[in-house]
Design a protein around this ligand. Structure first.
Ligand code: SF4
Length: 444
């Protein structure tokens, strides 16, 4: 996607894309670049070198939202140094706080929310065509010296390619703002998804990451009149020439059904990893979260998956201190973690998101108690991760070289080795050590 700038023919208009928060936000940031790349912008790594910045925001957690807003604030100086520059703010926080962002940061050229992503190219052209022309003319007049090096957009490694298959969510988890900012589920057509997979594989992607808020709920009637479900999509993606691996994120437990489990078992290219948020081990809390499953039914699905694909590793997300969570509820969470044995867990203290049902609840858990519970949970989860990493010492694992001597094993563990380094190659690496969350090894 990136065009090389050779230093002699200077880049006229340079684009920097930054995305905060979840993987969908990162993938959307890449898509948001599309209309500007079509206008002749080339991507650059550093915002300082840019004539235009697309800043894709996320609102799932306060922290990601705060970071994005703080960066918009810092970009005032960049923008004021050259009023021709273009600043576009997009994504979920832009959807939730659009009016406020326009008022608070009047130098932003365009604020476009996540619900408008399908219409985004038209919105950008309508709002900014005249500005782009002006920018092109001034950059042409003043072009001199070398352009900044071209950079990939939206993803850290060109050999791992995200493909968004659905957007939105039909659930109403009581703590989550996503359904409000992203709207109801919309599935991309089978043909469009497959065309993107084929194009990305032809361009050098070896691993495809199928993305969606509840990615495995994807189902459509394809052009041939046949119903396709997520299990079909997984198989079809794995069968594309050049695709060595398929991952997906984020699955919903409800759609980890027999069909998908069978597809996992029959598709060697499906990675040995699933990241499925459980959030709590207490049925009472799960019901208040409106998660639509119990701890036992969640575990039962994972056990069936493990029986079908014993090499699979599980990752999960857990929230502690949800309103009204008792010591007893928290003990249930520890119990569940002990049985689930996730190789990786992202743990969070509950913090209310304005506009959600849970934010109205008054039975807040004291901050000190949340801290203590998080510390106990982290100790347990860190121990499980360490055990899983130690169990790999001496083993040989298949790693996809993503950035030259660094990549991920099929079970999603990060692996680093010295030589040889060749992005895009699958390597056999013997694990010889560990460093924090990374396995260290030697190529065989
Ligand atoms: S399933 Fe629940 S947590 Fe996930 S996006 Fe939908 S509402 Fe949010």
């Amino acid at each position: 996607m990136a065009r090389e700038s050779d230093g002699e023919a200077p880049a006229l208009m340079r684009l920097h894309v930054v995305a905060f928060g979840c993987q969908m936000s990162v993938a959307d940031g890449g898509e948001m670049a599309g209309p500007l790349l079509a206008r002749g912008f080339i991507p650059v790594k550093d915002s300082k070198d840019a004539d235009a910045i697309v800043l894709n925001t996320c609102t799932v957690r306060q922290h990601a939202e705060d970071k994005a807003l703080s960066m918009i604030g810092r970009l005032r100086a960049w923008k004021e140094a050259d009023p021709d520059r273009v600043l576009i703010v997009s994504g979920c926080a832009a959807e939730r706080l659009g009016g406020w962002i326009r008022e608070r940061f009047p130098y932003v050229d365009l604020v476009v929310g996540a619900k408008s992503i399908e219409d985004y190219p038209r919105i950008v052209e309508t709002a900014l065509a005249a500005k782009f022309e002006m920018l092109r003319e001034t950059r042409e007049a003043f072009a001199a010296g070398g352009g900044a090096p071209a950079a990939p957009i939206g993803w850290s490694s060109p050999v791992v390619a995200p493909v968004t298959v659905m957007r939105g969510c039909n659930y109403s988890c009581s703590y989550c703002i996503v359904p409000r900012v992203r709207g109801r589920e919309a599935y991309r057509p089978y043909e469009a998804v497959m065309a993107e997979v084929r194009a990305k594989a032809a361009a050098g992607a070896r691993e495809i990451l199928l993305l969606g808020q509840t990615v495995n709920s994807w189902r459509v009637v394809a052009g041939d009149g046949r119903q396709r479900r997520f299990a079909d999509l997984l198989r079809a993606t794995a069968a594309v020439d050049g695709v060595a691996r398929v991952r997906f994120e984020s699955p919903h437990p409800r759609f980890l059904d027999d069909e998908l489990i069978a597809a996992f078992a029959e598709t060697p290219a499906a990675c040995d990893h699933i990241h499925m948020p459980v959030q709590s081990g207490s049925d009472r809390v799960l019901s208040r979260m409106r998660r639509n499953y119990t701890a036992a039914s969640f575990l039962e699905r994972i056990e069936r998956l493990r029986a079908a694909r014993p090499s699979i590793e599980v990752g999960t997300d857990i929230i502690v201190g949800f309103p009204s969570e008792t010591d007893e509820d928290f003990e249930r969470t520890l119990e569940l973690v002990g049985r689930l044995k996730p190789a990786t867990a992202y743990t969070f203290k509950y913090s209310p998101r304005e506009g959600t049902e849970a934010a109205e609840r008054t039975e807040d858990v004291p901050a000190q108690v949340k801290e203590e519970r998080l510390a106990r949970l982290n100790e347990l989860c860190d121990g499980l991760t360490e055990d899983a990493m130690k169990a790999r010492l001496g083993r040989t694992v298949e790693v996809l070289d993503e950035t030259g001597g660094y990549g991920r094993a099929r079970d999603a563990f990060r692996v680093k080795w010295e030589t040889p380094a060749e992005p895009g190659r699958l390597r056999k690496v013997r694990i010889t050590g560990t460093m924090k969350r990374t396995l260290l090894g030697e190529c065989e």
